[in-house]
Ligand binder design. Structure first.
Ligand code: NIG
Ligand code: FE
Length: 432
């Protein structure tokens, strides 16, 4: 995780009293599967104690106020009165593409007129049309774009973000994109997990020799990124019109040789057999709109998290959404993320994604919250620090101005996030 350089004078001792509903999401450090996805560990009339950026204790207010730690630190304690509202772990947005310059409005209108995402991409639109502006932008300008996105995410309850490169698509411009992520992360109070997605599409100068681009990724880019610790993960868009399963193998193998972990965009438009990819123990496989039944059983036994991205289905106007119920009922650990990007999901809002998950994928509000907190933390392998409110974990919490946690997914396109506490510090959410 990239740490920020924020410094301020807030007291390191913090008490959150008068919580109407506290969702702790506590449990062991494995992703929730099956019926466990429904357990949010709700406590009514609760309080939380934090110190030095960590959770000290969380539970019924009566108990918390008698906690010896409160007596000992009473004079130093800062308080955020939650006034009967809902408190839950800050969201973990485990799949985003924030390093781009422009919205893709031409593609948007083409789709409204009936064109398909893949058709637009094949005609030079889509991801390829975002490359030029990223190559022409300075690292500083790109980091400004990333920062704007991170701030918007924070205002809607998110404090941990996975951020991919993927619109530079040359060694220089992918590295510039990852540096922009690092720079933006250092000015943001939350945590950012960076991912190299040089294998997003084959850039125009390699159209006639895609294998040479794969070699550049494996032999030049991945070693440089690993050496400079610019990314934790290597991602591949394994899809018709992007990269083949064979090429994904090569890129995953190069990632492992260089000590980086893997994740992939897969089964978005066409089914790919996942068995061979699972051998690399990827942290997550994302999209998963069309998964083969045999693979569902394999995923049910694996620790790889299936990250579902209903924002992309919504924005592309799909009638079908990923079959979340089939995955959950087969014991597959699922997570939710925004997929924030200019082509398929231009939203920074985890609550909106949770609303879509409930209305279109038939998750319960509790399942959607677990999928956007503890399971999303597992998808980034950050479950020891993020995704739940329990002693020793980072004090990252969202206060929603609602009285029942189900309202978080119920009010859509209405930001009810009232307060954010990140690393034990209250954030200024001006600009809401
Ligand atoms: O996750 N599918 C590939 N990548 C992105 C879309 C990127 C884009 O269109 O710019 C996605 O949906
Ligand atoms: Fe994506």
């Amino acid at each position: 995780m990239i740490r920020n350089r924020h410094r301020d004078r807030q007291s390191p001792y913090l008490l959150l009293p008068n919580i109407g509903q506290l969702l702790t999401l506590r449990g062991d450090s494995t992703p929730r599967r099956g019926s466990a996805l429904n357990e949010v560990n709700l406590i009514q009339d609760a309080a939380v104690l934090c110190s030095g950026g960590k959770i000290i204790a969380a539970g019924p207010q009566r108990e918390m106020l008698r906690h010896p730690w409160v007596k000992k630190n009473r004079r130093k304690l800062a308080e955020i009165d939650c006034r009967g509202r809902v408190v839950l772990p800050a969201f973990v947005d485990c799949h985003t593409h924030p390093v781009f310059v422009n919205p893709r409005l031409v593609d948007f209108e083409k789709r409204i007129n009936g064109a398909h995402y893949e058709e637009i991409a094949a005609a030079g639109g889509g991801i390829r049309s975002s490359i030029g502006p990223v190559r022409e932008s300075s690292r500083k300008a790109l980091s400004g774009k990333v920062q704007v996105a991170l701030e918007a995410m924070l205002r809607q309850g998110t404090a941990t973000v996975e951020a991919k490169s993927g619109y530079g698509l040359s060694a220089k411009d992918e590295i510039k994109s990852l540096e922009a992520i690092r720079d933006a992360a250092q000015h943001w109070p939350g945590a950012v997990s960076p991912t190299l997605l040089a294998a997003h599409v084959v850039p125009p100068e390699f159209t006639e020799k895609p294998q040479a681009y794969v070699e550049l990724i494996c032999e030049e880019l991945i070693p440089a990124v690993a050496r400079r610790k610019l990314a934790h993960y290597v991602d591949v868009f394994c899809e018709r019109g992007a990269f083949t399963l064979e090429q994904t193998h090569e890129i995953f193998a190069a990632a492992h040789r260089n000590g980086l972990d893997t994740r992939a965009h897969v089964c978005q438009f066409t089914p790919t057999l996942l068995k061979e990819l699972l051998a690399y123990k990827p942290a997550s496989l994302d999209h998963m709109d069309c998964v083969h039944q045999d693979d569902v059983a394999l995923l049910g036994q694996s620790r790889t998290v299936a990250v579902l991205l209903p924002g992309a289905s919504y924005f592309l106007g799909h009638k079908e959404y990923p079959d979340a119920r089939r995955l959950i009922d087969s014991g597959v650990p699922i997570a939710l993320a925004t997929d924030y990007n200019p082509g398929t999901s231009p939203t920074p809002s985890m609550p909106f994604i949770m609303s879509l998950a409930c209305t279109h994928m038939k998750l319960t509000p509790a399942e959607a919250i677990a999928a956007g907190t503890i399971n999303a933390a597992c998808a980034l392998r950050l479950q020891d620090r993020k995704g739940s409110i329990e002693p020793g974990k980072d004090a990252d919490m969202a206060v929603f101005d609602v009285h029942d946690y189900r309202e978080i997914a119920y009010w859509f396109a209405w930001n009810r996030c009232a307060e954010m506490i990140v690393a034990g510090k209250r954030q200024n959410l001006d600009g809401n």
